[in-house]
Design a protein around this ligand. Sequence first.
Ligand SMILES: [Zn+2]
Length: 432
Amino acid sequence: MFDFVIKNANLPDGREGIDIAIAGDRIAEVGPKIAAEAGETIDATGRLVSPPFVDPHFHMDATLSLGLPRMNVSGTLLEGIALWGELRPTLTREALVERALRYCDLAVSQGLLAIRSHVDTSDPKLVTAEALIEVRERVAPYIDLQLVAFPQDGYCRAEGGVEALNRALDMGLDIVGGIPHFERTMADGAASVAALCKIAADRGLPVDMHCDETDDPMSRHIETLAAETVRYGLKGRVAGSHLTSMHSMDNYYVSKLIPLMAEAEINVIPNPLINIMLQGRHDSYPKRRGMTRVRELMAAGLNVSFGHDCVMDPWYSMGSGDMLEVGHMAIHVAQMAGIEDKRKIFDALTVNSAKTMGLQGYGLEKGCNADLVVLQARDPIEALRLKANRLVVMRRGKVIARAAPRFSELLLEGRPAAVDAAEYAPLRPGKA
Ligand SMILES: [Zn+2]
């Protein structure tokens, strides 16, 4: 007797017609035609069941602030930075908590149940850190929220940046952040990387830096980050977010760099939506794409996971908490159009990002947490193509969000009465 059985599921690894049995908050069995009785049953009817989506790079202190104190009229990074500068002194704990909780509601509806958020620690009042710590506690039953102490105005560059970051970590933020390309000089950038890695080593924390988010091919802080990772024994615990300068680097140099990154087991976090929006802005034509070298990094065995970065904030007015939209953009920008490519992109939104965040009990194997999403799509590639509807979202064995299947009524004579976009999948001769 199980608490829950999900019948007739397709799994991301390609297995079809699989049942998933759940006892309490764990997956108890996975296999074809599980016979035992269950308190509740969901028939997935041959749709994809995936572990939840995971966003390893987000800014929850800024999300949903679009319009405050005014709109970003030009849509540029510079106006975004100016806007954040106007907004930051006016932030209150209550408003930050309210917006973050509201974003988490959206995330749950999208099957997004783990998020790593950077938290700006530049304002010494640290109201951002206070608020997000409260949010981390309040959403813990349904979202794993990790918080990065992020010296957004520069660790060396901002007055009091060092002290504020340390205080934020004392308050209980989980991860050491950084932004070396924003320090005053390349030397300051390198010094900030070394200092921040030392802090992480001393405190036993992971590192996740905004690193080389620029089109400048000489922005090479990832090299220093890889070296300091090895020096301080932080292998596998360090993430390089963005790494867009790698797009523009000299190929010979990259042939040396990627093995250094692999040696340090750097987790790579490109952010395709914001990267394609903001990079290459100083180019006329041809314009660079400004996303890091996803295919080459994956081929070298690095763990690549994609972040959403921003939703409706001063820097990015779009977004909907949908990691499939992130993956959809990644397929295009990284030109990952092959069948295996697309499967890897789906993994980058799920298992790879769970690895980046160090999540325990993640997956659809026996013994894992009973956290999953039923999608209105046949398989991961179709889910990406459709940015598929999330029909059921489950956390620790309980349904926490659900949606009716999406279809349109059709009022055309001699044509079907309804259209379900998810039924327009590639043909498979000999299969349903
Ligand atoms: Zn970011």
